[in-house]
Design a binder for this molecule. Sequence first.
Ligand SMILES: [Zn+2]
Length: 102
Amino acid sequence: MKPVSIEVIKQKNLLINWGEDTITKIDLKKLRRYCPCATCAMEREKESKTFIPLYTSDQIKVFKIFEVGNYAIGITWKDGHNTGIYEFPYLNYLAKENNSLK
Ligand SMILES: [Zn+2]
């Protein structure tokens, strides 16, 4: 599974075209919140269920998207954070409504 195109819409959503009329979108806040890098994963571990994530606007603006091999994209956020590598199946997972991510 590999996207045909990936586009940031109005600094609000990531629009992914998977081909064959399948287009999914992910809210950038959600994308940042579920950044797969080790640091962010550790942060999420520590949070309680009542944790409310707060972001500065730079943390949820995409500065740059880059390809990683043939299997993922990396995102450089406007605050400089760029260690999250989003594999395509993970993007697909995040894009699904009502998924049960902690
Ligand atoms: Zn991260």
